[in-house]
Design a protein around this ligand. Structure first.
Ligand SMILES: Nc1ncnc2c1ncn2[C@@H]1O[C@H](COP(=O)(O)OP(=O)(O)O)[C@@H](O)[C@H]1O
Ligand SMILES: [Mg+2]
Length: 257
């Protein structure tokens, strides 16, 4: 079953086509990779899916329903949450409080109950605290429970952002370069964690990565984009053998050198 489907999606900024005529679909319970050189249009695709940008043309279907005109909070409500390439956290709150505030997204509040601190309110709070602790454990952040987010090492800030996205109980989790700034050991552990998260929460995951080799091992399927257009799509093995993909990345290395 297709959970997310992009149909001929185009996004123009003035004269620049950041994403052009892009189509791909993601099967439920799979990990899908979106890769491509810097400036290829990857983050723009996330911004289109999550309602931050309006499409110039095309359609986006989630669970068979059009979502291209939804506002960001409505996209979160239908079950799509994300992390950002530039980490977004409450920088002055602790690890635990960052997760707990996200857990409140689904809290069924009754103002009077909250003011009077009724039995059912306290029970609800206990449940949210339990969820926050569980997420902290899964993302291996429990030993940093009280550390203020801005003081966490970069790799842990990224994991904290994933915990916050999971607290919103998504069906589809979008990760924008989750390994950026991590060392090789942290990266390997993160890739294992992403798989564990998919299995544990029965999630579908779309992950953006700039370096192909990082996600080759975890993706069921991959699309490579360059200049906003799809260059290739297939399994990791198929992508690795693709001449056009090699060329796109070779070109980039020359520029970097
Ligand atoms: N809000 C915007 N206004 C103008 N140009 C933008 C905007 N967002 C992205 N772009 C441009 O779109 C292209 C794709 O950017 P982006 O999606 O961030 O690439 P990637 O994430 O693959 O590195 C780039 O040329 C970028 O400068
Ligand atoms: Mg990007």
């Amino acid at each position: 079953m297709k959970l997310l489907e992009l149909q001929k999606v185009t996004k123009r900024f003035g004269g620049l086509t950041a994403v052009g005529d892009l189509s791909f679909s993601i099967e439920k319970d799979t990990i899908y990779g979106l890769i491509g050189p810097n400036g290829a249009g990857k983050t723009t695709v996330f911004n289109l899916i999550t309602g931050i940008y309006q499409l110039s043309e095309g359609k986006i279907l989630f669970d068979g329903k059009n979502i291209e005109n939804l506002k960001p909070y409505q996209v979160a409500n239908v079950g799509i949450t994300r992390t950002f390439q530039n980490i977004r956290l409450f920088k002055n709150l602790s690890t635990y409080d960052n997760i707990l505030t996200a857990c409140h997204f689904h809290a069924d509040y009754n103002l009077l109950g909250a003011i009077l601190r009724s039995k059912s309110f306290k029970k609800g709070e206990k449940e949210l605290e339990k969820q926050a602790k569980e997420l902290m454990d899964i993302l291996e952040l429990s030993d940093r429970k009280d550390v203020i987010a801005k003081n966490l090492p970069y790799g842990l800030q990224r994991r904290l952002e994933i915990a916050r996205a999971l607290a919103l109980k998504p069906k589809l989790l979008l990760l924008d370069e989750p390994a950026a700034g991590m060392n090789p050991d942290e990266t390997i552990r993160l890739m294992e964690l992403i798989k564990e998260i998919r299995d544990r929460f029965k999630l579908t995951i779309l992950v953006i990565e700039h370096h192909m080799d990082l996600i080759m091992g975890i993706c069921d399927r991959i699309s490579v984009i360059n200049f906003g257009r799809k260059l290739a799509e297939g399994t990791a093995g198929e992508i690795q053998e693709n001449a056009k993909v090699k060329e796109a990345y070779l070109g980039e290395e020359e520029v970097i050198c």
